[in-house]
Design a protein around this ligand. Sequence first.
Ligand code: DNO
Length: 357
Amino acid sequence: MNITFRWYGKGNDTVTLDQVKQIPNVKGIVWALHEKPVGDVWSKEEINSEVEYIQAHGFHAEVVESVNVHESIKLGDEQRDQYIENYKQTIRNLSDFGVKVICYNFMPIFDWTRTDLFHPLGDGSTALFYENKKIESIDPIDLFKTVSDSSSLSLPGWEPEKLDQIKSLFKAYEDVTEEKLRENLAYFLQEILPICEECDIKMAIHPDDPPWSIFGLPRIMTGEDDLNQLLAISDSPSHCITFCTGSLGANPRNDMVELAKKFAHKAPFSHIRNVKIYDNGDFIETSHYTPDGSINITGVVKQLSDQNYNGYVRPDHGRHIWDEDCRPGYGLYDRALGIMYLLGLWDAFKSDKTEVK
Ligand code: DNO
């Protein structure tokens, strides 16, 4: 396990790298140029300035999350080739600065979606919450209104420039079936994977979050069948996944220990977090501690340990605890606790295998 911590950049995050330094055993910072409009080439100067800052704090900068994929590529429209060329250039530029893994996703229009960012957990803390009924009751075309009224729908992974285009985007996706979306993903990958191989970079697709269709849009990274279909696209060593327990695990049919057994070897990057799933399918994010949620985090780490997993791992969303004022899900305290839990499990499984005196 190469422990990393996601950080949103100077001036863009409440957490500082000096604080991250005090969490035991964090080796790297997971970063991105969050201000860049999706589709633009990341220049070497911009990359250099971010990487230098991270390295100056004693961390590696080998994992980027995310280089977002332009909707034209997901839609397969006439502009996609230009955006794919831009993406290739960004890959080349990142490789010049030692980047090894690029996390991305292929979710139409929306990235991760929740209905409440500060839902009370009952112990004075709050966490990210997803309520099915609320999503079902929203007409996506009304999203203009709801996005600006943050009380009705929370879209932390939102690319703001999409706000003006939402109607036309929904229109454009009318003809995009799951099969079509998969074809468009395959087209994109077949173009970029040879460049990734030259650059020794792994493309690690992130699962859909939540792992089911929302607002009638197709989703193709929701569970084991999808993972198998994805991997069948190419046997390139650069064609990989991000193993995210919280995203896939929000569907109780996804047994995360089983999935770790089958897919961790194709995951150079893992996000580990817990969620508690209610009987009606709603879910809330909890501490990383296994008994607090529905996902067997202990079993997942055991699997990774059994496989001598040496990929990058980050704790994922945390609760908002001890009155921390932070980006939703991305505070310091609960993610630091999460790391300590992961390290504890990891060391315990390791000592099982070696003689403990
Ligand atoms: C949420 C994250 C996602 C993830 C992207 C990957 O916190 O796990 O936003 O970064 O979906 O492209």
